[in-house]
Design a protein around this ligand. Structure first.
Ligand SMILES: C[S@@+](CC[C@H](N)C(=O)[O-])C[C@H]1O[C@@H](n2cnc3c(N)ncnc32)[C@H](O)[C@@H]1O
Length: 202
């Protein structure tokens, strides 16, 4: 039987050597600098801007669409960034299986699909089982940042976090720290929608 060919990774794409084994986080960037994950990074503007602003930290975007992965990788390569990579994989799998316990410094979930129909709510990423995995993977003192334009998903996340109890809610204003707007946020604000944001620490 012919062996399955492995796709050649883009220049700034990270492909784990074994997708079924936990990562050694230092292998991603070749150092042990703090690492931040952007789940569903889209076209990567936020990820790239963060990597430029914080050269002493590492940024890994997670995105399932190949076209977007290629775009992010090209942007990071063009900007000459050595602290920014993108991983083509499903977000929950990355948090649940790939990252070891207490390995992530900050996790961003920005403008995720809100799955507005009631019968699709179970597809929402923020649920108790995801929060359990997230809590395990985040370092003590690490953070989870969430943004949505969808009022009902915002309420849902507030309730899930309240039920979960193990994270502590933190203040988050626009001047709390450097935090660029994502492509979707800019698009939605241009359409007159307002954003909701939440920040929690472990
Ligand atoms: C609404 S877009 C937001 C993109 C970006 N965060 C922003 O704010 O501009 C959601 C992104 O998440 C990706 N995505 C959705 N579900 C995913 C999953 N389960 N795993 C990885 N990426 C996912 C989509 O392909 C899309 O690029």
């Amino acid at each position: 039987m012919e062996a399955t060919k492995r796709r050649t990774p883009e220049a700034c794409e990270f492909m784990p050597s074994d997708y079924f084994d936990q990562l050694k986080v230092e292998e991603i960037f070749g150092n042990d600098a703090p690492i931040e994950l952007d789940l569903g990074c889209g076209d990567g503007s936020f990820l790239i801007a963060m990597a430029k602003q914080y050269p002493e930290r590492n940024f890994l975007g997670v995105e399932r669409l190949l076209g977007r992965v290629k775009k992010v990788s090209r942007k990071a390569e063009k900007a000459g960034l050595t602290n920014c990579k993108v991983l083509r994989l499903e977000s929950k799998y990355v948090v649940e299986y790939l990252f070891p316990a207490e390995s992530i410094d900050r996790l961003h979930l920005l403008c995720p699909d809100p799955w507005p129909k009631a019968r699709h709510h179970r597809r929402r990423l923020v649920q108790q089982d995801f929060l359990e995995c997230l809590h395990k993977a985040i370092k003590p003192g690490g953070e989870f940042c969430f943004k949505t334009d969808h009022p009902e998903y915002y309420e849902w996340v507030c309730e899930e976090m309240d039920t979960f109890k193990k994270f502590t809610k933190q203040e988050w204003n626009d001047d709390t720290f450097f935090y660029p707007k994502t492509d979707f946020q800019l698009q939605w604000e241009a359409e007159g929608k307002s954003m909701h944001q939440l920040r929690y620490s472990k």
